[in-house]
Unconditional design. Structure first.
Length: 359
């Protein structure tokens, strides 16, 4: 029998669960705070619960479903975790320390069904959707590893749904995880601190716009025209740029004051990085009058991907063209490349330049 993963339950569901065990409702609150607020990972640590209740929980349920397989520490401080699910599938999470806050990049699927040609995760194919509990647990584990089990974090935490998988093909579990994580008695990471990235699942962009308390939206563009984008991202055959832009336009009405959405543009040497591509991209943004910024991500190379990163001079020239057209863009500094933790490098690989730290 598979055990009920309590980490994926909302407070109200946890209340129902303890009621089914003939327990008072406040036990649900206690358990929620222990899992998410105190980041405990075993029922035995919940010493404020009666012993017999702990024994029953141990029999029926779990708060620790991911097994840490290995972790890698980059020379820039980034950490990559490779977990295995109960059914032995890989899940990867990246912890990126920054000066004023930390960013945790979580995965929404094990593997990914999309076939983007520049992304290593594509090579795994889709293994399965992660549950909301598996999504939330990635954050709990990363924080515990970085700061010690249950220790209060010294800085704020930002989350990005930019790990393995396409979050919008696992929309329900994603949104539920966001709801669980925002709870003040728990992790208390509010949706405003979360950005989810999609390769362009158009119906879900519209659905996100209607979602109360939603995270921010990023869209992986990678090319300014359909011909090139379809070569790089086959999802473009299903939802071409015109439809994607129409969905963005609809999404735009849900933007709050000062909020913008982000387009990610991976820069592949000699493929999508010419002056002409930059002008096309600027034209696209202006035609649709989108309140957006563009993140330019130099390609993170990995065997056997057939691309090289654009040179820094090329990236700067590209950026200057966007700039001149009034489009804000930012060049992303790659993090964790040496341990295959950077964008597009998550493929459950074990062999990396830096050796793993013992789990
Ligand atoms: N499937 C979602 C979530 C993954 S986000 C999406 O596509 O948006 C991963 C981000 O990394 C995407 O913006 C993608 O464009 C970028 N990326 C993928 N492979 C990359 C690579 N090899 N180098 C740099 N960025 C890459």
């Amino acid at each position: 029998m598979t055990k009920l993963h309590l980490t994926g339950l909302l407070p109200s569901e946890l209340a129902d669960y303890v009621t089914s065990l003939d327990q008072p409702q406040y036990r649900g609150k206690q358990i929620f705070a222990a899992i998410h607020g105190r980041r405990m990972t075993a029922f035995d640590q919940l010493t404020d619960l009666p012993r017999d209740l702990r024994a029953r929980l141990n029999e029926q349920a779990t708060i620790s479903s991911l097994k840490l397989e290995s972790r890698y520490l980059s020379s820039d401080g980034t950490r990559r975790y490779l977990f295995k699910t109960q059914d032995n599938l890989p899940v990867e999470t990246v912890f990126i320390p920054e000066e004023r806050r930390d960013t945790i990049c979580f995965s929404s699927q094990s593997g990914c069904p999309l076939q983007c040609t520049f992304c290593l995760t594509a090579q795994l194919g889709l293994l399965r959707n992660l549950t909301s509990g598996e999504i939330v647990e990635q954050i709990i584990c990363a924080l515990n590893d970085a700061y010690g089990a249950g220790v209060e974090t010294p800085r704020g935490t930002n989350l990005v749904g930019m790990g393995a998988g396409e979050p919008f093909l696992n929309f329900e579990a994603l949104i539920k995880a966001v709801r669980i994580m925002k709870e003040p008695a728990g992790l208390h990471i509010v949706p405003n601190r979360i950005t989810v990235s999609t390769a362009g699942v158009v119906p879900k962009i519209r659905e996100l716009a209607l979602t109360e308390d939603r995270p921010h939206l990023a869209i992986s563009l990678a090319a300014p025209n359909d011909e090139l984008r379809a070569q790089l991202m086959p999802i473009n055959n299903k939802w071409p740029i015109k439809e994607l832009m129409a969905a963005c336009k609809d999404f735009q009405v849900s933007l709050k004051r000062g909020e913008r959405f982000t387009f990610e543009y991976v820069m592949l040497r000699g493929v999508n990085d010419s002056d002409d591509h930059a002008r096309q991209l600027a034209g696209l943004m202006r035609r649709h009058a989108l309140r957006a910024k563009i993140n330019l991500i130099p390609h993170n190379p990995a065997e056997p991907l057939p691309y090289q990163p654009s040179s820094m001079e090329r990236v700067e020239a590209f950026r200057a063209i966007l700039d001149a057209a009034g489009i804000d863009s930012f060049v992303r500094r790659p993090r964790g490349r040496d341990i295959l933790a950077a964008c597009g490098q998550l493929a459950a690989r074990g062999e990396v330049a830096q050796s793993p730290i013992n789990a």
